[in-house]
Ligand binder design. Structure first.
Ligand SMILES: [Zn+2]
Length: 534
């Protein structure tokens, strides 16, 4: 009897529960077909929070509407900010008022483009954005922890947001447990032509002589650092600095680029030869002009301080040699001056006609990964290691000068995001030797920068910055890993200013402050390794 009652209670509960369930289902007015889909997805009525999305999947038309609805607000906001920025500039700024004959390059090529920053803590979303951006041939300006900056036009932005939003919706429909993914889209640069225009020197100067006559090297250099300079002007300045400091400076010829330009280094050394060498490279990516000026500025400051009798520099040049390569990608750099300010790679031919350039920073042999990018892509690594002429001649140079340059430290300058990166870039699973010291040194560099100008740089493992474990081809074949593994005892990549107002398009007023930061980094670096030596 007792058994029967229990059963009956249980039975009643089931009926009651079904009734409640039936009512709630009824209240949702789900058509039968949708209910069927719901069942097949093993949804229970209690989880009908996803109702809208299930409808959407069931009815493609509706799905499109929901996605469009979700991205409409983002698009409207970004585009209205963009319009506002352009209207404001139109009345007062030179890109609009100057005769297009006087433009340094064709600026109309950027008139449809703008730059957006998408931030998200969700790895899935970041991965999604990255993949969709690649599929849509969108130029990725920067991708670091929690953010990705993209140069887009209206159509690309719409398609990107549509695809990303669709995938997010699908994922949430498939699994109710999937987290609610959030991402934020901000306009970073609305008026790209104007910003690009502002980075070019106000008067076109193709040689150092054209800057004018100066009473001293110091005056000449002051004028030199007032603006971004063409390759020829920079190489002229190499000659001048060598003339000014003949006992300390020699110009090393590294090799020739694809287009036949010289790749040159400034070799700075004190009284003793055969010292340990600190290598500083800049301009590996053509559009990162601030890395070029900063490398030059560091040479200048090192020599000037030494000549002025500073104690620190006397010690550095007594114990260390320096090899500065301010423009590691001369062809790309010239191309960014004369054709496309936003060019990144070198300029050599690839197996695809009309697709030029290899990303030098993916072209080294240490954990080289053939990138997913085709030759037209901005991160195309080439088909095999050292296919980029510049990485090949650099490697040859280091081999043939092994005795002369005993490489000890390496700093590779890039932009942007204000980050100090230590090895490895290719994977986070392998720990670098001496990781503790690398971290200490990295934080020391960041601190030295903060002391010099007040700017905050973060310190990261390069693989984290590049999301190398998620996207392996992004971390493969870097100069950082190659130098660290094969050549240098200590190695860093520093991504210079800024953190996202100008991106690659820093105006010339930043040349001095960022140069100061780079020189503070080098000072700290040298002091650290010399102290370690005792
Ligand atoms: Zn770079």
């Amino acid at each position: 009897m007792l058994y029967k009652t229990t059963l009956s209670i249980a039975h009643t509960s089931v009926i009651l529960l079904s009734l409640i369930t039936a009512i709630s289902c009824f209240e949702l007015h789900l058509p039968q077909k949708v209910s069927h889909i719901v069942d097949s997805l093993q949804y229970t009525c209690g989880q009908f929070l996803q109702k809208q999305q299930i409808f959407a999947l069931y009815n493609k038309q509706n799905f499109t509407e929901i996605v469009n609805q979700n991205i409409k607000g983002i698009e409207e906001r970004v585009l209205s900010e963009l319009l506002e920025e352009r209207l404001e500039n139109e009345s007062q700024n030179d890109y609009y008022t100057a005769n297009s004959q006087n433009w340094p390059i064709d600026l109309d090529q950027y008139s449809e483009s703008f730059v957006i920053r998408i931030t998200s803590e969700d790895e899935f979303i970041k991965y999604l954005i990255f993949k969709e951006a690649k599929a849509l041939h969108i130029s990725i300006w920067e991708q670091s922890v929690g953010l990705i900056d993209l140069k887009v036009d209206r159509d690309q932005m719409h398609r990107l947001l549509y695809n990303v939003e669709s995938r997010i919706l699908e994922r949430r429909t498939r699994s109710v447990d999937s987290p609610v993914s959030e991402y934020k889209v901000q306009l970073m640069i609305g008026d790209l032509p104007q910003r690009i225009y502002e980075t070019y020197p106000s008067t076109k100067v193709t040689s150092l002589q054209a800057l004018g006559e100066f009473p001293s090297f110091q005056n000449l250099s002051n004028a030199f650092f007032e603006d971004f300079r063409t390759l020829e002007t920079i190489y002229d300045w190499f000659e001048e600095i060598q003339k000014e400091f003949p006992k300390l400076v020699s110009i090393n010829w590294i090799g020739q680029t694809y287009e036949g330009r010289d790749l040159k280094a400034l070799h700075v050394r004190g009284k003793h030869s055969g010292n340990k060498t600190v290598v500083v490279t800049g301009g590996m990516h053509a559009r990162e002009w601030i890395s070029v000026t900063s490398a030059c500025y560091a040479v200048h400051k090192l020599l000037q301080n030494y000549a002025d009798g500073h104690h620190k520099e006397a010690k550095y040049l007594d114990k260390l040699d320096f090899l500065f390569v301010p423009v590691l990608n001369p062809d790309g750099y010239e191309y960014s001056f004369n054709e496309d300010r936003l060019w990144r790679k070198n300029r050599q031919e690839t197996y695809m006609p009309r697709c030029f350039g290899i990303d030098i920073d993916h072209s080294f042999d240490y954990h080289f990964v053939k990138s997913e990018d085709l030759p037209c892509g901005e991160e195309y690594s080439g088909e095999s290691p050292f296919e980029s002429i510049e990485s090949e001649v650099w490697n040859n140079f280091l081999n043939r000068t092994k005795e002369e340059h005993k490489i000890y430290g390496y700093i590779d300058l890039h932009s942007y995001s204000q980050t100090v990166l230590y090895p490895y870039a290719y994977s986070c699973e392998i720990l670098p030797r001496d990781e503790e010291n690398l971290i200490e040194l990295g934080y020391g560099i960041a601190r030295a920068i903060r002391k010099s100008t007040g700017k905050k740089y973060q310190v990261l493992k390069a693989c984290e910055d590049r999301d190398a474990d998620l996207l392996p081809d992004l971390g493969g074949g870097t100069a950082l890993d190659y130098m660290y593994h094969n050549r240098a005892y200590w190695a860093f990549q520093i991504k210079l200013r800024d953190s996202g107002n100008h991106g690659f398009l820093l105006p010339k007023k930043f040349i001095y402050p960022v140069g100061t930061e780079v020189y503070a980094s080098i000072q700290y670096f040298c002091s650290f390794v010399l102290n370690l030596e005792g």
